[in-house]
Design a protein around this ligand. Sequence first.
Ligand code: SF4
Length: 931
Amino acid sequence: MSHTLPETAPPSPAGRRSIPVRAAAPGETRSTCPYCGVGCGVLIEHDGARITGVRGDPAHPANFGRLCTKGATLHLTAGHDTRLLHPEYRARRGQARARIGWEAAIDVAARRFAEVIAEHGPDAVAFYISGQLLTEDYYVFNKAMKGLIGSNNVDTNSRLCMSSAVAAYKATLGADAPPCCYEDFDHADTILIAGANPAWAHPVAFRRIEQARARRPGMKIVVVDPRRTDTAAMADLHLAILPGTDVWLFDAMLHVLLDEGLADEAWIAAHTEGFEALRAHVRGVSPAVAAAVCGVAAEDIVTAARWWGEAPAALSLWCQGLNQSTHGTHNGAALIALSLATGKIGRPGCGPFSLTGQPNAMGGREVGGLANLLPAHRDLANPAHREEVARLWGVDSVPAAPGLTAVELFRAAREGRVKALWIACTNPAQSMPEQALVHEALAACEFVVLQEAFAGTETAAFADLVLPAATWGEKEGTVTNSERRISRVHAAVPAPGEARADWRIVCDFARALAPRIGKPQAAAMFAYDSAEAVFAEHVASTAGRDLDITGLDYCVLEREGPQQWPFAAGARVEEAGARARLYADARFATPNGRARFVVPSRTLTAEATGVRYPLALTSGRLRDQWHGMSRSGKVARLYGHADEARIELHPRELARRGLADGELVRVSSRHGALVLRVAASDALRPGMAFVGMHWGRRVLNSAGINLLFGGACDPLSKQPELKHAAVRIEPVELPNRMLLVRAERCGRSAAEEAALLSPWLERFAYASLALAGRDTPAVVMRVAHERPIPDAWLAELDALLGLDGDGVLSYADPARGISKRALIEDDRLVGLRLTGETAAAGWLSEAVVERRDAVALRPWLLAPLATPPAGGGGRGRVVCNCLNVSESDIAAAIAEGAGVRDFDALQARLRCGTSCGSCVPEIRRMLAEGR
Ligand code: SF4
């Protein structure tokens, strides 16, 4: 029996087919960037079979043609070199997975899920999905678990990202509805950015803020962040609070607003409830009291409050810095209280605006794809909502008991309560906190399915069944960005191999499962013939809800472009301005229409620093990488800004420990330990540390950064505290060093080369992998080990990288543990291994990446020269990725003095920052420091 749909779907039952009225130019397909929640429109350039380029869509209202470094290099991720191309299965653990056909794969998935359900009940299975899925994918996953299987065990990596914002919006405004839009940047007189670094994490939104301030220089920007990020560096006021003290700060700001008559008492009385309790709560939190807790000056708190209170329009932005906390919901609620207490919501330039981390965390929330939600913002806890959804789906009931949230789910799997787990488009073996437990859970789970586009993610090692999924450029559907704007996602080229659209895989599975669990008639619930048909059902589910989009379908989105919700039947595109922001009438989505003030708890972080773990570690996004790097990690030039995991500490902390910038250290928390390179940074105060969140087992010889973080969660949102861990740092003795560099060669991409080297990482006490270069990428592996690296390992590595054949220069001094090889092809240096003596590692690795002329270099290739023979040093980090301008280029220009001392002159000279603009804040900072 075949459970699969035909490759080419016939017209949907509704008879609606997409009409590409806003058609792109020939060879271009309109779509949306798959990275962050800004949701930029892209034009994919292709030849019908391969994606060849990408540019920003000038017609998309999120970005008007702009892209950041990640979006602008999307086409470089579209190769098939690291893709999953065929279903694979292993019947027993310990076996290698073998290729199977789709029909067999779907049957085995259905059979094994049905066996677990029959023996242990529906709550013994779970889906763990992703904010990077499209709305249509999310919808069918949710329906399959809650409508077919009869459990609410479907949760998502959005739990790690946005669930505190969801809970805060619902607690205060009554609905999970960000009330603002990007246009508000143009109208705000004060912007308060708390726990967010949009300069790096939401770059195109940040460009819009920069532009707005350039047009209106009187605008004030206040940034609340323990680090002096590039966002903080451009602020008028940076409040570098201690981790976990956000609520104290916001309470003190409210205290000042009340004290100085800057609250809008009439508006509070007319449109809110619960304020007297909050008024009493903040009475004792004077700026002086909060200053002592937060570690900032009391007068700065007063200034921030005045700028907020006196501004005709004030806007707050927040992201993971508030959300990823054991009191993330209260962080958000305390920030929202500032908008409500001053009546600054529902009008241009005003409101609390949560920046979404992932491209479609919003869409996932809209279809109820979390363990405690139901479609169209319905609540699982509400019996009437459960009945409505059961009616919509044509099932008897939807289970009442909340499902397992992300952290709970993996704990349940480790305890044997979840026995079959389906993971889609996410990589929990890297991205979850308490990594040791997650790895045990995945090993303990009887049946793990991984539905994924990219090969070799950390989670793949645990999967019994791998299902290849289509990805960006190959899929049809929709996403919703941070400002509630729904955009179409289009397929430009066919998916490679046997990869299929996610929604379709789920429907095939659900139709195969239905008869096996005694619900044969339920198979019809998944008889969609297209993503458009799924979207139509989602649309119907929103009728009468706060996010009513009954006026939308694919045709409208094609013809009119991306639209914000709500967009009820009869709504007119011309009236989009009236929908741009919510609550203009000050009627909120609560039963009595009043917004609610919440009295927040003033707990601090779950883990206190102390004698054993004296440093407060925080984590965050790097400018040019995305999440676990399965996509962005394929692009060599995206390593130009950061090519290795580094833990940043204040120079005084390094000095106190007798450490130097660039040394390797052991970082330990209560949850795990790993070796990292240390970097001096005065962006942090002493006592703190920072590390980028992206680095996992594929590029490091450990489970990655998240093994340092515990699973303590906000009790309301169940979001884990990924922003804080208490750690200690100690020197490590790893005297045996090695550097391997190999330029890309014919028939094997640098990303494939890295995938082959990746399993080697765990053999060493420290090892890291990166790509390097631009048009001709290379792979770079750095190693440090406590004992000499065995000759047999070196021989294997030489063979793997082709450093063992013709054209290889070699040198060995076994007595001193030195062994070196340099590979020359066509008079170009294309490969290198330095072992035991790595003084020349910096400039020689650049020489390989640039394939420099080996004839001139030949006498020096195997010499221990710290600098190249002609003198000078390496170029260092690439600051401007688009124009390939490095830190040293900029420093040299600044050092030249007259003529390049201001930003415009520097840009005129080097052109840095003139394309995507992601590097502009850093260049401005370098200029300021240079001055
Ligand atoms: Fe993509 Fe960058 Fe736009 Fe985010 S800001 S959607 S990563 S192009």
